[in-house]
Design a protein around this ligand. Structure first.
Ligand SMILES: Cc1cc2nc3c(=O)[nH]c(=O)nc-3n(C[C@H](O)[C@H](O)[C@H](O)COP(=O)(O)O)c2cc1C
Length: 189
C-alpha cells in the first residue's frame, strides 16, 4: 500500500546517510617508525568474544599500507569535544602531515601492539588484523581487539556519528532496558 503514506522515495546513493554506523573513530597506525591517524566512520562490531571489528580502510588512505603491512592498529574513540580535529584528520594525509604533532594528540604506549594509543580519547582498542579475505574487493579488514582501555574520568563522554555528508549527530541519553534483555543476560555486567 503506497497511497496516503508520508514515505518519500530516497536516492540509493544517499542510503549511507540513513544507516551510516558510528561512532566516528580514529585509526592509529605505525609505519616506517612514524605514527599516523585517520578518521573512520565505516566500521562494525562482528563478534562478541573474541571481539571482531570490521573496518573499511581504503587504498586512498596512507593508513591502508600501514595496516596491510604491519597488521596492527589502535582504534581510538574521540569525545564530541574533539570533532573539529577528527574531521580535519580525515581531510589530510599522513603522507604530508605528522598528524599527532600537528593536531597535538598525545601518544601513549599500547600494551599488545606497536601503534600508539591516543591519550585524549574516550577509549582505545588495540587491534590485530585477523582476516584480509575481503580487503581486495571491499577494503574490509577484519580486526581482532586484543586489549582495550577507557578513560571514565574524562569529562566529555559523548560520542558522535557521521551522517554521511559532513554532518554529525551526537549520542544522547542512555536508555536502560536491561530488564527486557532476558535472552542476552550474558552481555550485561
Ligand atoms: C567523518 C569521516 C569519516 C571517514 N570514514 C572513512 C572510512 O570509514 N574509511 C576510509 O577509508 N576513509 C574514511 N575517511 C577518510 C579518511 O579519514 C581520509 O582519507 C584520511 O585523510 C586518511 O588519512 P591517511 O592518508 O593519513 O591514512 C573518513 C573521513 C571523514 C572526515
Amino acid at each position: 500500500m503506497t497511497g496516503g503514506s508520508d514515505m518519500k522515495n530516497f536516492p540509493l546513493h544517499k542510503v549511507v546517510r540513513l544507516i551510516e554506523p558510528g561512532p566516528v573513530v580514529m585509526v592509529s597506525t605505525l609505519y616506517h617508525g612514524r605514527a599516523n591517524l585517520m578518521t573512520m566512520g565505516f566500521h562494525m562490531m562482528m563478534q562478541h568474544d573474541p571481539p571482531l571489528i570490521g573496518a573499511i580502510v581504503g587504498p586512498w588512505d596512507y593508513s591502508y599500507d600501514a595496516l596491510h603491512t604491519t597488521g596492527e592498529c589502535v582504534i581510538a574513540i574521540p569525545g564530541v569535544d574533539l570533532i573539529d580535529k577528527v574531521v580535519d584528520i580525515g581531510n589530510c594525509s599522513g603522507n604530508e602531515v605528522d598528524k599527532f604533532a600537528h593536531f597535538a594528540f598525545t601518544r601513549r604506549k599500547a600494551k599488545q601492539v606497536a601503534p600508539p594509543l591516543v591519550d585524549e580519547c574516550l577509549a582505545n582498542i588495540e587491534c590485530r588484523v585477523a582476516d584480509t579475505q575481503l580487503v581486495g574487493q571491499y577494503d574490509f579488514f577484519i580486526l581482532e581487539a586484543v586489549q582495550a582501555w577507557i578513560n571514565p574520568e574524562r569529562k566529555e563522554q559523548r560520542i558522535f556519528h557521521h551522517k554521511g555528508d559532513g554532518t554529525f549527530s551526537v549520542a544522547g541519553r542512555t536508555l536502560n532496558r536491561q530488564d527486557r534483555m532476558i535472552r542476552w543476560k550474558q552481555f550485561q555486567d
